[in-house]
Design a protein around this ligand. Structure first.
Ligand code: NAD
Ligand code: IPM
Ligand code: MN
Length: 347
């Protein structure tokens, strides 16, 4: 299998190295060869060459079986143009419409919510990943003056909403989940989110065995904290999904723990930890590599390598149970040492 590896910026580089270790180790353990090609795109490359992603970059990415990406974002490039082209650009150009973000607590010790354990925090968020407020349609008029007008439109299409909502129900059906909750802000956003309401009603009626519920996004955030056990599958738009998955990450022990996939079923997809480049930790060997390593497991699972993915997840669980982890979740190891422990336990 051919995998593209984009370490990116800041701690992205460090956690990607640990994800690569895990992939290499699982290959050895299961007698599989992964052909890894590292791509240098990121802030350094942009500052040196002026190129965010080369003109044939998206085609290059399409030629791989999957893409792994660390994180993008650098204080030297505050406009974030390279991240827009590389990360969001790939989501859009490869039409990776499913942002799959599992929220799964591995050990009670890691959860900041009172009296909550692994049985209470085990749901998945499906974030629409190709439209919404992220399409950057709009503009600034008289920018920088007191008359400035800034417009940013939210794009919602029937095709886009329908396919992510359907995906959520299909996932629930395939994984024995009994509930799907859709979150929008249709009380205030009466045009775009009326479409979400209509589609959700229509699609849910085709799945009578699955209980369909709805919360406004503000209430969803509140219920996630108050009673996370009620959730099995959540589906929401691009921006809301971004926000609630950082909240979900804290239930798992923090941003360093959360994994994600940007998926177009059946096509080249891209996997990455939920966290960013955390500039304050960059180069210090302190970042938690688990979110990245778990994202590598998601990648293998999506590629059909379920035993390999399970072996990585088991090694992560062992590291957490034995506290062979980084300081953010109570351990004493550095990024590399935590990654070494997990790699060694993969079998
Ligand atoms: P961030 O996720 O980088 O970090 C926020 C805080 O979370 C960190 O300061 C740290 O305390 C903690 N944290 C994050 N990852 C961790 C890890 N692996 N181990 C331990 N602690 C961890 O978010 P931010 O500070 O808002 O953004 C920094 C840069 O990253 C920005 O340029 C932003 O645009 C970018 N970003 C990129 C991605 C991505 O590439 N997918 C995602 C989010 C943010
Ligand atoms: C994420 C990130 C990105 C997003 C940023 C870096 C543009 O926060 O993947 O969650 O908002 O999608
Ligand atoms: Mn985010």
């Amino acid at each position: 299998m051919k995998l593209a590896i984009i370490p990116g910026d800041g701690i992205g580089k460090e956690v990607t190295a640990e994800a690569v270790k895990a992939i290499t180790r699982v290959g050895e353990a299961f007698g599989r060869t992964f052909e890894l090609e590292h791509l240098p795109w990121g802030a350094d490359y942009f500052l040196e060459t002026g190129i965010t992603i080369p003109p044939d970059g998206y085609d290059t990415l399409r030629s791989f079986d999957a893409i792994f990406i660390g994180a993008l974002g650098d204080p030297r490039t505050p406009e974030n143009r390279h991240a827009r082209d590389i990360l969001l650009g790939t989501r859009f150009e490869l039409d990776l419409y499913v942002n799959y973000r599992p929220v799964k607590l591995l050990d009670e010790r890691l959860c900041p919510l009172k009296n909550r354990g692994p049985k209470d925090v085990d749901f998945v968020v499906f974030r629409e990943n190709t439209e919404g407020l992220y399409v950057s349609i709009g503009g600034r008029f008289k920018a920088g003056t007191e008359d400035e007008v800034a417009i940013q439109e939210e794009l919602n299409t029937f095709k886009g909403v329908n396919r992510i909502v359907r995906h959520a129900f299909e996932f629930a059906k395939a994984h024995g989940r009994t509930k799907v909750c859709m979150a929008d802000k249709s009380n205030a956003m009466q045009q775009g989110h009326a479409l979400w309401q209509r589609v959700f009603k229509q699609v849910s009626s085709e799945y009578p065995a699955i209980q369909a519920t709805h919360y406004y996004i503000d209430a969803l955030a509140m219920y996630m904290v108050l009673d996370p056990a009620q959730f099995e599958v959540i589906v929401t738009n691009n921006l809301f999904g971004d926000i609630v998955t950082d909240l979900g990450a804290t239930f798992q022990g923090g941003l360093g723990m959360a994994a994600s996939g940007n998926i177009h079923p059946g096509r080249t997809s891209m996997f990455e930890p939920v966290h960013g480049s955390a500039p304050k930790f960059a180069g210090k060997n302190v970042a938690n590599p688990i979110g990245a390593i778990a994202s590598a497991a998601l990648m293998l699972e999506t590629l059909g390598l379920t035993k390999e993915a399970a072996a990585i997840d088991a090694a992560i669980l062992k590291a957490v149970r034995e506290n062979q982890v980084t300081a953010d979740i109570g351990g004493k190891l550095g990024t590399r040492e935590a990654g070494d422990f997990i790699a060694k336990e993969i079998r």
